[in-house]
Design a protein around this ligand. Structure first.
Ligand code: ME8
Length: 643
């Protein structure tokens, strides 16, 4: 029998900045779903990748003084490392700079031109470069990008347009016939009310004002609009319009495009319309998940509120991060990240519940049965309650995953863990041992070991490293499917268990919070750009000539009363005597200054400094530590022009 296929995708990540915990959210969720489906008997294809073209990348590369390709290569290395650390089990990683992708995007444009779905015209409207989005005047919010709130630029250029308006009715019909296509439901209403009902306008799909993109074969000064380039990745990765299209034939249409809520619009309006124009089947579902917030704002580089997933993973292990993202954030809604929530969630679920169950059970089997799983005897009603729970959980978790709710799936799996911990308290194995009731003790130990096997098998897609460690402790091979969850009692009697190290160590929340804050502070310092000297505008010689600089001889100098910084000078400037206040008292004593020749800005408007009249300014050179007055290299009379 051929296996059922399951094609799941993440968005491809922009290669225009570093990656933060918010980015990991989509990928970790997809990874858990992909792993679950594989174990549940599906032939899974899990695609992720990087979105490497576009104006934003070109600008960032220019600012960094490197070529766009060198720039995206560095980010590619970073993201591949990040997914490795987090254990992301993708089947393919696509880069939009891959040759096969670029060539296929060109073919897609040629097809759209041939079918009359694109035409050349003039674009005039607003563009948000960070989002790479076009907006009409009426869509702007307070003149800013409605998605990210940043500045938009007026864009006027020759462009090719896609006849998006032509697909409006077909899209509405498709939504009606496929009510599950846009999920959760609230996002469907948002799309219809905010975008479809006001009327779809044709979409500008090429750019001419920069060149970091896929060149259109029929008009080389145009590059493909980055969103069309990016969206087609879902089919180019499978070999669409290429010699080998086996994967395309097998996996398209996608079962699930998982995306953040801000890009649902691209995936549920533009993407289906492009597919309709190409005469291809549409994906089965687009799920728009919520955002990971930090202090009520979307976690994002531009807001400066990002959390580094590598720092957290190195400190606590990838599974702690995976578990938190999957368990804590209510699926479909936004969820808040803070270090305290991560630490308390870890202590409560992973240390107390799961860690304790595994360590108590393995310790007791070691102590009472020499580490060998004993044969159970007659099951009591209490035992049967746990058996029923274990045997019924896979179906529940499957339903949760089909609803794309990882928090529900984990809650259901942890019911086994929590029930088993309670069972230890109820059966009191230490008392059974004391009473010499080995028969009952053996049954209790067997039930516990089986509960752990069920829980660990079900946890494998979510926290794979921890699950693998549990199987090692249980002395059995990690399962690759759920076949052994149909019936309780599959664990072989006599299997040798080991207690070993704790799965997770209890975290000292106060201490960890302090240390995480210190790390964040250090990171913030590191990433702060070096203080730049304010760039001064160039001035003309006429402007410079407005400043009268004169040599001046110090006749007398005193400290200004009640001021540590100010000195008041009497200066001889030619025939004139001037009073000038200068803030150099921390650098020169009054005595030292007498008889020195300084350079004076002679035509500065008079001012009162600390109540003392000042008629000019003494020129000084300064760095962080020193202030040094400027003096002519040789003796010269006072009042002479400096220029
Ligand atoms: O949108 N919380 O790329 P991207 C949750 N290249 N998810 C977040 C998040 C947060 N704080 N910040 C980012 C793009 N994400 C395009 C996609 S697909 C054809 C092109 C999620 O790097 C975001 O919602 O900005 C999206 O799902 C993913 O990270 C990539 O975002």
């Amino acid at each position: 029998m051929t296996k059922k296929t399951y094609y799941i995708t993440t968005p491809i990540y922009y290669s225009s900045g570093s990656f933060h915990l918010g980015h990991c959210y989509t990928t970790v969720i997809c990874d858990a779903i992909a792993r679950f489906k594989r174990m549940d008997g599906f032939d899974v294809f899990y695609l992720t990748g990087t979105d490497e073209h576009g104006q934003k990348v070109q600008q960032k590369a220019e600012a960094a003084g490197v070529t766009p390709k060198a720039y995206v290569d560095r980010l590619y290395d970073q993201i591949v490392e990040l997914w490795k650390v987090l254990g992301i089990s993708y089947d393919k990683f696509i880069r939009t700079t891959d040759n096969y992708h670029e060539a296929t995007v060109q073919k897609v444009y040629e097809k759209l031109l041939a079918s009359g779905d694109i035409y050349k015209s003039q674009y005039e409207g607003w563009y948000c470069t960070p989002c790479e989005s076009f907006w009409t005047e009426s869509q702007l919010v307070d003149g800013k990008c409605p998605d990210c709130g940043r500045e938009v630029k007026l864009q006027k250029e020759e462009s090719y347009f896609f006849r998006l308006s032509k697909y409006q009715d077909r899209l509405i019909k498709f939504y009606e016939q496929n009510p599950e296509f846009i999920s959760p439901k609230s996002r469907m209403n948002e799309m219809i009310n905010n975008f479809i009902k006001p009327g779809l306008k044709d979409l500008c799909i090429s750019r001419t004002t920069f060149d970091w993109g896929v060149k259109l074969t029929f008009d080389e000064k145009h590059v493909a609009y980055v969103w069309i380039d990016a969206l087609t990745n879902y089919i180019t990765a499978l070999g669409y319009l290429q010699d080998d299209h086996t994967l395309y034939d097998k996996f398209w249409p996608a079962d699930l495009h998982m995306v953040g809520k801000e890009i649902v619009r691209f995936h549920t309006i533009i993407w289906p319309a492009i597919l309709m124009a190409l005469d291809l089947p549409l994906p089965k579902k687009v799920y728009g998940h919520g955002w990971l917030l930090f202090g009520n704002d979307k976690m994002s580089k531009s807001k400066g509120n990002v959390v580094d997933p590598i720092v957290l993973s190195n400190r606590y292990g990838a599974d702690v991060i995976r578990y938190f993202l999957l368990r804590e954030i209510p699926f479909g809604s936004d969820g808040n990240y803070n270090n305290e929530a991560l630490l308390t969630r870890t202590n409560a679920d992973l240390v107390n519940d799961l860690g304790n169950l595994v360590s108590r059970t393995t310790a007791m089997i070691t102590q009472y049965f020499d580490g060998k799983v004993p044969a159970p005897n007659a099951y009591t009603e209490l035992d049967r309650e746990l058996i029923t729970l274990c045997e019924g959980t896979l179906d529940k978790v499957r339903a949760d995953i089909d609803n794309l709710s990882a928090p529900d799936a984990l809650t259901d799996i942890f019911k086994i863990v929590q029930r088993a911990n309670k069972y230890i308290d109820e059966t009191m194995p230490w008392t059974l041992n004391k009473e010499g009731n080995k028969e009952r003790l053996a049954t209790v130990m067997y039930v516990l070991a089986e509960c752990i096997r069920f829980a660990a098998t079900l946890l494998t897609p979510f926290i794979p490293t921890t699950a693998a460690t549990i199987f090692e402790k249980l002395g059995i091979k990690a399962p690759t499917n759920f076949n052994n969850l149909k019936k309780f009692g599959q664990l072989k009697v006599g299997t040798k268990v080991t207690k070993g190290a704790n799965l997770f160590n209890r975290l000292d929340v106060a201490k960890e919070l302090k240390e995480l804050d210190a790390i964040a502070e250090q990171e913030a310092k590191k990433s702060k750009p070096a203080k730049e000297e304010p760039k001064s505008e160039q001035i003309s010689i006429e402007d410079f000539a407005k400043v009268q600089l004169r040599t001046a001889k110090v006749l007398s100098c005193e400290k200004v009363e009640k001021s540590d910084k100010l000195l008041v000078f009497k200066l001889q400037v030619g025939d004139e005597v001037r009073q000038v206040v200068s803030g150099i008292a921390e650098h020169y004593t009054p005595e030292y200054m007498v008889d020195k020749t300084v350079v004076l800005v002679a035509n500065l408007k008079p001012a009162k400094i600390r109540g003392v009249e000042s008629n000019g300014m003494i020129l000084c050179a300064a760095d962080d530590k020193h202030v040094i007055f400027v003096t002519p290299e040789k003796d010269i009379d006072s009042g002479k022009v400096v220029r």
